[in-house]
Ligand binder design. Sequence first.
Ligand code: AVJ
Length: 308
Amino acid sequence: MNQFLKDVIKGLTSDQKTLPSKYFYDEKGSRIFQEIMAAEEYYLPECEVEILQNSSKAILSEISAHELDIVELGAGDGSKTVIFLKEAFKTGKSLTYIPMDISPEILDVNQNLVHAQIPDLLINPIPGDYSVTSELLKERNKPKLILFMGSNIGNFPGEKAVEFIQFVNGLMQEGDFFLMGVDLKKNPHVIRAAYNDKEGVTKRFNLNLLERINRELSGDFDLSAFEHYGVYNPLTGSALSFLVSIKAQTVHISGQEIEFEKFETIHTEISQKYSLKELDKIGSQTGFIWDKHFTDSREFFSLSLFRK
Ligand code: AVJ
């Protein structure tokens, strides 16, 4: 049985039905995510861009190595990272950009975009699940800067985020750097709106997960019988996305029957928000000697630099 099918069946036969958010990003899902990034309510990219424009130099000034591998986990289309790469290229360091992403199609987009803007930058894309492909880094012994942008860390629930950062730390040598984009705690209305855009792009993004199951795993989800529900809980700092079955129904996936009660939900995503204090604590918990936060003017978002 392929891993996707295994994960889907496991998730949909649990008491609280769930689906892993990494499966959002097939070719179509990656394109819808690009639309989310352009949605008015989805403030994250513009904040990250503002920080990259204003602070890339300051971030780079912390890094003295002349030869540097810039590794990006979950790189996506590279449209924001290229701002940083341009600044890095100007320093005259000898750089290799190593974008990793689960979607090979988006890595092609990434490579074309970065190459068009910095023709002389060495690019070495690696497609695949970065929790697997990042193991390849252990074979490279150049100084490293690992990027994990866009608040992708938010997709890991609580302890799993700490474990993941520990895992990243384990890929690094003393003196290497980790730069992580993190969405900060803020007015709950602002967060809720970001996951409930008026145009319904986020809804399409969520429903594409069911469509993907239909396409790839011979599923028969009726997309019109599921609604998108996005909430933010200030108690926990978690934005959560669900698909709600609006009626009792039976769905078939590769021959297996899955029953839904009326209004039963599938939990599809967590997008955790952090405070700068929490990030400091996580940094020291996960083996870094210091961290420094670069934020936008509204303090909505942080690019946090950690040194091993
Ligand atoms: C790519 C994980 C950062 O959680 O904000 C956007 C994905 N989901 N809207 C996020 C997402 C719904 C996004 N990350």
